[in-house]
Design a protein around this ligand. Structure first.
Ligand SMILES: [Zn+2]
Length: 382
């Protein structure tokens, strides 16, 4: 529900981006103040992070948003941009940006704004815009969604999303013709993820740059062929074959490590012994490894993520223990999105899973503002 609401409202801001830019210019010229007035700022390596001084940030929040800029640029094979700003604002300051009203996050130029302490989707837009990729509605929202699939949620990583109640993926082509205000998120996100996974980032960058703002399907077909050397209708047909049954789509190959969640860029934790891995984290907001924040009347979820290398393919028992309510997800950082099957455990949960050798992430989320000590373990089964 929240996602659906966000999806509709979030797209509105781009429609009015030009208006917002004009308003901001006038405000500065007439000396009526600056949007940054009264905000606290932290100058990171890649981002200026602004926030209302009454808000409390978890210890790792600013560094998490900061390092997302080079992550996105590197995943797309682009230069790391400078001058990106992120602002976490209270409702009133946020709604002063007319173009942002009724949304949770919005972006204009290099500036990403949100009512939340973390909103990577808008930062992805800002990075894409610097490189001329942020124009065509379907592919703009699809890219931001593909690069921030989880938002702040722990969800099953069935990245190629089939709508509830439907048997197969909808045809994305009619959606490519829609104006920004009508663009949904999951469908474009799935299709862009499919393109990135199948062919890597370079043709996508060339394609969307050349496309500009066009929503004309004939133009989209022509530019797709120019960038990919492939027929859009053929690729669409391939995409629509995907089902939740990984075995049936195993023949659809992809580029290695082509679309990774940001969690896959988090610090690696070594194995304790050849057969046992564990990681323990106190989900205390003050800890510099915990991401999140709170205002006087709201606490956002706390996140923490690490990575591990599974050295050999085999059967493993995974377990999550802790003294509170949380979710902990194990997911792969390699392979095709449509073949992934992430496992999400609650406190006290345990499962036996088959894991291919390779890189994985463990992502922990706490919703209730508590600070449980969470322990996640993997043990190889002989
Ligand atoms: Zn967006």
């Amino acid at each position: 529900m929240e996602l659906a609401l966000l999806a509709r409202s979030g797209s509105r801001i781009f429609l009015r981006g030009a208006v917002l830019a004009a308003v901001a210019t006038v405000t500065l010229q007439t000396g009526c103040g600056d949007w940054r007035d009264g905000l606290e700022v932290w100058h990171g390596e890649h981002i200026d992070f602004y926030h209302d001084p009454t808000f409390e940030l978890c210890g790792g929040t600013r560094a998490y948003v900061d390092a997302y800029v080079p992550f996105v640029a590197t995943e797309l094979g682009l230069a790391v941009p400078e001058g990106i700003a992120f602002a976490w604002l209270d409702d009133q300051a946020y709604e002063d940006f007319d173009a942002c009203a009724e949304t949770s996050g919005c972006q204009t130029g290099r500036r990403a704004l949100s009512r939340r302490p973390v909103f990577l989707h808008e930062v992805a837009h800002a990075v894409a815009q610097v490189h001329g990729l942020n124009e065509q509605p379907f592919f703009t929202e699809g890219l931001a969604k593909a690069l921030d699939w989880f938002e702040d949620l722990v969800v099953p990583s069935q990245w190629v999303a089939i709508p509830v109640g439907e048997e197969k993926l909808p045809d994305p082509r009619p959606t490519m013709e829609l104006p920004r205000i009508d663009i949904p998120y999951a469908g474009p996100g799935s299709f862009v993820m499919f393109l990135l996974a199948r062919h890597g980032a370079a043709p996508f960058v060339a394609f969307t740059r050349a496309l500009g703002t066009s929503t004309d399907l004939a133009t989209i077909r022509r530019q797709f062929r120019a960038a990919y050397g492939l027929d859009l209708d053929h690729e669409t047909a391939e995409y629509m074959q995907l089902t939740p049954d990984a075995a049936s789509t195993a023949a659809l190959e992809c580029v290695a490590d082509s679309v990774r969640p940001y969690d896959c860029a988090m610090p690696e934790i070594a194995w304790e012994s050849p057969d046992a891995w564990s990681h323990t984290q106190q989900m205390d907001c003050a800890d510099e490894a915990v991401v999140g924040g709170s205002s006087a009347d709201w606490t956002w979820p706390s996140l923490h993520a690490v990575t591990l290398e599974v050295p050999m393919t085999g059967t493993y028992t995974i377990a999550a223990t802790g003294d509170g309510d949380f979710q902990a997800q194990l997911g792969a950082c390699f392979g095709c999105p449509w073949q992934h099957a992430a496992v999400t455990l609650r406190a006290g949960g345990q499962e036996t899973v088959h894991l291919e050798a390779g890189s994985y992430y463990v992502r922990i989320r706490v919703d209730d503002g508590s600070a449980p000590e969470v322990r996640f373990t993997l043990n190889r089964t002989p």
